[in-house]
Design a protein around this ligand. Sequence first.
Ligand code: TRP
Length: 547
Amino acid sequence: MTDPDVSLEHSAGKTLERPRVLSGMRPTGRLHLGNYMGALYNWVKLQHEYECYFFIADWHALTTDYADPSRLKQNVYDLALDFLAGGLDPDHCTIFVQSHVPQHAELNLLFSMFTPLSLLERVPTYKDQQEQLREKDLATYGFLGYPLLQSADILLYKPDYVPVGQDQESHVELTREVARKFNFLYGPKGTPSVTPDNNSFNQNDVDYARNIDDLLHTRTILPDPQVLLTPSPKLPGIDGRKMSKSYGNAILMTDPFSVVMEKTHSMSNGGQRPTQYDPGNPEICPVGDLHRIFSEPSVDAHIRTGCLTATIRCDECKHLLGSAIGSKTHGILDRRLRLEEDPDRVWGILEEGTRNATRRAEETMREIRNVTGLSRDRSGVRVATPTYGPGSQTNVRDLTIMKAWWDLDSPTLLRNMREQWRADLVPTETALKKDTEGVWLTRNNRRVFSTASTEHEGVDGLWKFSVKPKSYEILVLLCWGKDFLMHDFVVPQKLYVSQWTAAKKAAGKNDILFSVEREDGRYALRLPLSEAIDITATESDYAILGT
Ligand code: TRP
């Protein structure tokens, strides 16, 4: 007989999930057609095929606009509106604001510990942008760290793919190097003993770490995300230069039709056709470039021959372009206007997205805090009076100061032990709710039963338990003895469910009597009438309680 919850756990395996995608955009005002075609248009398609996370990178905006944050929040809101108007659907993807998930900053800080300055100085966008934005002082720590923050953005969600334009490829490349270095430093043991060169990520070290990883089939902590290069067609602005907000030559995704018409009519034709009797070349005309992207093939063909043979006038050609763009954008504008009337809905979508993203991000951070010595529980901290064999200090909890408990009656002692466990051993971010005595509920309503061994004077390494014949999703076994030291095992149902079912049947109305035994540094759960179950790995493992 299988327990429904156990089979659920199996179906949550990564193999059954869709590949994950993450990308972000800085909030710099309303999106223009270049932004739309270069990113959002592609994201909208991806959301149906992948598990997608899309966010608004407000911290990244501050790296260059720190001196004037007055428009930042408005820009964030505007970008959220544009995301939704452009077709991102909160039922199909997670949309959130970067700074609302502070785990991004936490991971950025951790990465900064081992990222050599020289590596960041070598990222090509660093110098390029400094030169292009000369009016701003970008000789800052934050701006140098721009691509490292981006690495944190990405790796926090462990995506398979990162859809970006070519200008961002170097940042994803850095991300992959950061991930490898992280895995090298903190990944599962068995990695080589050579220490990586401190001034750069030495390629040999990195390759070695990766190969060893493959060889040992160990699970690396951070993935190796791939760029999903967004095809970005040549998209000129109305003056013929690349469409860009700072050139003031952009057609917005949500320009009203009349404005689109006005803008297309004022477009440069590349200085061709001195008179309308002269033929032109649509291949070197910005109007021709935009036709190719936005017009139906028949219209596109019509203006091309018309231009080459001087049988179409430029204003007619521009008019056709305005109509083509308008027919593609009017739905977007419509949606934007409707959303503007419902700000509660928009903020609600961001809040929901933040919750979703936080859950995913926190999952990664727990893992990362664990391997960097920053987890919030007490495991691994040496206690004052280690009396067990070598190495046994880790995970042993010291109850010496609670000595007085030993004179209490056993129900009170048990109650104290449970409360102590809840207060001191369960990581603070685990939101356990007390249900009935001994029973706690996790955030997703799994029943946790915690109980302590029964004998004051038990033999060390043999702890006896007596438990009502009921079912629990997670069994917490607090093993303590006359030496005042305690071991805590957090045992998921799937480990013991069949033996438990048999024991329950045999016990009838009586308590199930069982024990935990230590042998050679391993711990076994021994239920009546069955083989011992190794529970060593469950010691102090609170990850399964969730957050
Ligand atoms: N730097 C990106 C840009 O300017 C925005 C960004 C920030 C991003 N974090 C990211 C993109 C993470 C992809 C993944 O376009």
